[in-house]
Design a protein around this ligand. Sequence first.
Ligand SMILES: [Zn+2]
Ligand SMILES: [Zn+2]
Length: 384
Amino acid sequence: MNVMPDIAEGIDSLIAWRRELHRRPELGLEVPETARVVADRLRSFGVDQVIEGVGGHGVVGVIDQGEGPTVALRADMDALPIMETSGLPYASEIPGRMHACGHDGHTTMLLGAARSLARRRQFHGRAVLVFQPGEETLEGAPAMLDDGVLDRFGIEVIYGMHNLPGGEVGTMRVPDGAALASSNRFTILIRGAGGHAALPQLCRNPIDVAAAIVVQLHQHFQRDVSPGIVLATTNVGAGAGVYNIIPDEARLEGSLRFLDPGIARSITVEMEELVTAVAADQGVTADLIVEPLCPVTRNHPIQAAYARDVAGRLMGVTAVTEGEPLMASEDFAFFLERRPGAFTFIGNGDTSPLHNSSYDFNDEILGLGASFWVRLVEEGGGIS
Ligand SMILES: [Zn+2]
Ligand SMILES: [Zn+2]
């Protein structure tokens, strides 16, 4: 594991920055304090341009080395509405908020890379450091894109990185193609016929139909479909809070995720057929709505191969393509829809899982992640 010497020398400051961020988590698009800390640090490193307020509280730093490729590196800054139970000396000081996804570590690795890139200046072109808010809510990347981050800074290629609990320290994973799943919300509205609970034979109880639909959907998607699809019912709504009235309507809501964007249409059709058939069987009607929230995070093969090469050749890191597909989603997907690039995973060691109240980013990988970012830029950025 080859951490760059200047980064290894300055590792104490990276650990201190990470723990400072960990103490002060901010949520969603509202990350003003974190953004200010990031912008101040970038200026103190001698980064050539530091632009605040890109897509709300997004911050962009540019290190300009003249003619050459423009390579963007992206980190996320937001935390989660979770009460931390880690008991760490640097645990969250804000009750009900926690850096439980390691974005404190992601921000710190990119700050470490910025300091090194600005000091060394061993590349041609421009390094664009993108610090985004609102990843957990899938709003931050769209906000920065709407504010023109790609064109304003001439970004040609972009990379993202996420820590991976359970992944060995000193390993990385850079899939070809799908790195993370799409996220879609489904809603099913069942229209029955309500009435007195004493006379169910005169009613069409939508709750009975909802129950049948839930069971059948889960059986169908667990048994018959590939591991690249996940379906979970997460909300059920029916009734007015009284025990003796059968309601007219019931509503189901849930999450649908898949890795192959090509199957979006056929999954929706399958769900529609199943919902309509169950409803018809019980003499009621039901409608299905599927709303896409975030596309599949799809790596571009040239940049994915470049990232694996840099990790293996210069970092002495085992970087693999394969692994259990992660059915979580990332709004980095929106960047990869518009520019070539790759999303990478860095092993976080044997820690609690992401979004768990005792999770902590592993400071042991700060130097490796920061060095990987620097090398990605200094080797040319994988521009085809
Ligand atoms: Zn997360
Ligand atoms: Zn995350």
